[in-house]
Design a protein around this ligand. Sequence first.
Ligand code: MG
Length: 264
Amino acid sequence: MRLGWCRLAMVDLDGTLYRGNQVIPGAPEFILRLLENGVVPVYFTNNSTRTPEEVARVLRTMGIPAKEHNVCTSSQAAAEILLNQVGPGARVSYIGMEGLRLALEESKLIPVPAGLSKESQGAADAAVMGLKTDVTFQELADFCQDVARLGRFVLTNGDLKLPTATGFWPGNGSFGRLVEAATGVHPKEAGKPEVSFVEYVLHKFGVEKESAVLIGDNAKTDIAAGKNAGVYTIQVMSGVPAGQTTEGDSFADETYASVANIDL
Ligand SMILES: [Mg+2]
């Protein structure tokens, strides 16, 4: 189906516009076609570690004319949830990288690295966990203490594995399971496939769900997010090496080999 009715396209990154550090052939041209047709591209990512500015810069080095304003990360979605939980000015214990720290700050929350909350001006009001690739045992232990005391925490995203060039890394969801096992507290997730992440984007750009499309390679996160939110979904098969198939059956509205093949 041609996408003439569409005003906004939420586009996944890894496996959809690039794989590893290689741009997917035709992806820059696809984004240009969106722009020429008056469709706003939103770079819609569960990666909580990078700031929107960093994500846009990486995309631009691949020839994709991305602007910081059009990047929506799971860290921003997590900050929105926390803001609704505790309000502006609250202290938030966190494990994460610059993408999460900045998202908290931009939502008028006070980011406090896990373990530092007890030494400074008082206990944290909320807790959030994103991927931190140099996380220490002590940080995890201190974060678990905060979560046990608060009885709740937010997880930027629940991805159990992160694909790498040579295999996989444990994803943020795996660290979330560690905290859940130690504390007995089940996290609230912010990223895909949560409906709230899609709604956050629609609200930010003032677009109705009937005028939006979600494009991604992962059935369990991208396509499920779109389906759960009532948004038209397109699955691309560019996320897995040729000859392999994705896990489970696709239940997207449409399927293409890659974004290069999508009609506008
Ligand atoms: Mg992907």
